[in-house]
Design a binder for this molecule. Structure first.
Ligand SMILES: [Zn+2]
Ligand SMILES: [Zn+2]
Length: 738
């Protein structure tokens, strides 16, 4: 037991000492596989190597780390590790701005961010962290691409991309300015058609939808996470009717307005509808459809008022004998996916706009009737649709495909992976430097050996996200094994599915696509042991950190810098404050008051405990005459029991804001006990000191996951033993390793 001589709370001294101790005893190393031990994988988000840890990261990792430490404190084996999402546009732009190769830029950023996260005391297993841009890791993308290609889940199609003529490059939508101009040269941007690689997520959209009810029933998916999946699905319920063509064929047409079928005036077909060609048999229509697809339409003509509509010149017959003209337009996709829909101007604003453009009368008919002649059956459509995984950019995973004059499109054989990305590439913002690098482009055909050209598109970093959650499960010594062997490791069966993913509310698309790829790999075989095809048993999505109700941005000058806060108050205060300030599912409106409140609390806990320890040491010799406080000791132990019960429930359900409040309340109770004993007996007897220190030890245990440095330091000054990853949870006795 300490003699209470460390009176002042000096977070930087305490935190440096604890971090050194954790490092020395390798506290956060993932435990070896042991089936008798309860075990779980907590999946933090994979940060972009953006240069700096921001306050949003701090929020995310403070929640995840508190949960990881809580589960370890209860004696469970925890895997808590992540990889950096290092490919993609932000890194490319950062490298352009810094005038260095992107590989140098991301390595520097990752090292800097790792240092920041370590100073915050997050308990990641750093040995398992990685960068998605390392060849050893991006071979996962190439392996997955080939695996999905063989299964028909990756396919070649044509798609529209934003194109800048003067920069000779495709643009990501983030690079198109509000007025439809290029971010770099401010010239006009056109939509053009390019051959692209697509991911067929439509193959598992229905199962993703169906399994959402199970997610909800498990109680381990919070409302924000569930809502995000609904948004990505974009499920529309309605009815489907079969309409006859003049020529004797039929087309299945959807509408969400089951009660207004007789008000339909026309039919709209997506340009991506599987039978769109059938409707463009007339040469003139075919030309127009081709123009529609190959674009050239201006960025500005994407609204209902101006978006292209191709008149097929043909019609469908309703059961009541009316004739509905058929049009092809991309307007369908964003609302219902690649399908055909009834145009009902009286019910749908977009349809109303189209009707006016086509010169139709949109007045209500006034007849309220459900015509029995219409044979409609319930149907569902989803907005979620196949997406383009290829990008005309150099900082990404090379697509393992070769184009040969005689053999056509040839996949690179698996034993020739990885196709290496040249590291000396310097993107400038124009063109695609990879396509200009002859030593990369020129190769020989894997099939016939003749000269051939490599695919110079790279994979969008969203494709990397499909597998980024897996490699943390692999022990570092197995990382270089062939992927087929890696997928056979017992480690994957041990840790998957992840017990909980903790990520920002903007991760809905990532999680949706990870749920897709798990189902794909379940069916193909490598993840067959995940029978429901779900990678995450639980999912917590937290909201953002904002300032005065607005998004933080440099432009508004309202950015909170975690490094500054850390330098001023220490890691424990910063972590406790972001947990305390709001429940995860609410936006955290930043204010200094939460930081000040938490800093004051930790300072008081520390100084109070040290003062009491000094008093106890000084009073060692003489036992006071009076001790009439037994009932108060009983009360104190009941308060402790209560606080433990409530805080345990809070931590189990990741309600850390409530856990912090319960710990704060217990501290008030401890001081109250002290005050009441003094009022009765004037001094504290040995028994009262012991009761007080036991209560402070319980407080230290509950503080362990929330403010780990001060908690362990307090635990030690109360004469308790430090070991393993964590102060044990109250009531849990962790065996000390020999
Ligand atoms: Zn440009
Ligand atoms: Zn060939």
């Amino acid at each position: 037991m300490s003699d209470g001589s460390n009176r002042r709370y000096e977070p930087h001294v305490i935190e440096a000492r604890r971090q050194a101790a954790w490092k020395a005893r390798d506290a956060f190393r993932t435990p070896p596989l042991s089936e008798d031990q309860p075990h779980l994988y907590i999946k933090p988000s994979a940060p972009f190597t953006s240069g700096n840890v921001h306050i949003g990261h701090v929020r995310s990792y403070s929640i995840g780390d508190a949960y990881a430490r809580f589960r370890r404190a209860r004696g469970e084996d925890v895997l808590f590790a992540f990889g950096f999402d290092a490919f993609g546009l932000p890194a490319e732009l950062g490298a352009i701005a810094g005038g260095e190769p992107p590989s140098d830029w991301v390595n520097r950023c990752a090292a800097h961010m790792t240092g920041q996260l370590q100073r915050l005391g997050f308990s990641f297993d750093w040995e398992r962290s990685f960068l998605s841009s390392d060849a050893l890791m991006y071979r996962w993308s190439q392996w997955l691409f080939l695996t999905l290609l063989e299964a028909g889940l990756v396919y070649r199609g044509t798609g529209n991309v934003d194109w800048c003529d003067s920069c000779q490059t495709t643009l990501a939508s983030a690079q198109v300015e509000a007025g439809g101009t290029c971010w770099r040269c401010h010239g006009p941007v056109r939509l053009i058609e390019l051959p692209q690689w697509y991911l067929r997520i439509s193959a598992h959209v229905e199962e993703n939808d169906a399994r959402l009810a199970e997610r909800e029933a498990s109680g381990k998916w919070d409302e924000v996470a569930l809502a995000s999946q609904q948004i990505v699905l974009g499920r529309v319920d309605g009815v489907e009717v079969e309409l006859q063509t003049d020529g004797g064929g039929a087309l299945s047409v959807f509408t969400p307005h089951a009660g207004a079928l007789e008000e339909a005036r026309f039919v709209l077909i997506s340009a991506r509808h599987p039978h769109a060609e059938v409707w463009a048999a007339e040469p003139q229509v075919a030309v127009e459809l081709e123009q529609l697809r190959s674009g050239g339409w201006e960025r500005s003509s994407r609204e209902a008022e101006t978006i292209p509509v191709v008149d097929t010149g043909r019609a469908l017959q309703t059961p009541t004998g009316e004739s509905l003209p058929v049009y092809i337009t991309p307007l369908v996709d964003a609302r219902f996916g690649a399908t055909a829909v009834l145009g009902i101007p009286t019910r749908d604003r977009t349809d109303e706009v189209i009707a006016r453009r086509l010169g139709m009368d949109v007045a209500e008919t006034g007849e309220e009737q459900l015509t029995p002649a219409w044979e409609a059956k319930s149907a569902v459509r989803y907005k979620a649709s196949d997406w383009v995984v290829s990008r005309q950019r150099s900082w990404g995973t090379p697509i393992p495909i070769v184009y040969c004059e005689s053999c056509g499109i040839v996949p690179v054989p698996r034993d020739q992976l990885p196709v290496l990305l040249p590291l000396d590439i310097r993107p400038t913002g124009t063109g695609n430097p990879l396509a200009e690098l002859e030593e990369f482009v020129q190769t020989s055909c894997p099939r016939c050996g003749e000269p051939a050209r490599r695919e110079t598109d790279t994979l969008d970093c969203h494709f990397d996200a499909l597998w980024l959650w897996v490699p943390a499960c692999i022990p570092p010594e197995s990382r270089e094994q062939p992927l087929d062997e890696i997928f056979a490791l017992a480690d994957l069966r041990h840790w998957l599915p992840s017990e909980r993913v903790v990520a920002g509310s903007d991760s809905g698309n990532f999680v949706f696509d990870q749920r897709f790829v798990t189902k794909a790999l379940r069916d193909i075989g490598p993840l067959a042991f995940l029978e429901d095809g779900e990678p995450f048993a639980g999912c917590l999505f937290h909201e953002m950190v904002v300032s005065d109700g607005r998004k933080m941005s440099k432009h508004l000058g309202n950015v909170v810098d975690p490094d500054e806060l850390l330098a001023r108050y220490g890691a424990d205060t910063v972590r406790l404050a972001v947990l305390y300030a709001a429940r995860p599912q609410r936006s955290l409106n930043w204010s200094d008051s939460a930081v000040l409140r938490c800093h004051r609390f930790l300072t008081q806990v520390w100084e109070y405990a040290q003062r009491k320890l000094a008093e106890a040491a000084a009073s060692e010799a003489q036992e006071p005459e009076r001790d009439t406080s037994e009932h108060l000791r009983l009360k104190l132990s009941q308060w402790c029991e209560n606080a433990v019960k409530k805080t345990t429930e809070d931590m189990e359900s990741l309600e850390m804001h409530s856990a912090v409040r319960n710990v704060m309340r217990l501290f008030d109770r401890i001081k109250d006990f002290d005050k009441r004993v003094i009022a009765r007996d004037e001094t504290l007897s040995r028994a009262n000191f012991d009761a007080l220190f036991d209560a402070l030890a319980v407080l230290a245990q509950m503080l362990g996951p929330l403010a780990p440095h001060i908690a362990e330091e307090l635990w030690i000054s109360l004469g308790r033993e430090e070991h393993g990853a964590q102060t044990p949870w109250p009531g849990v006795s962790l065996t000390v390793p020999a």
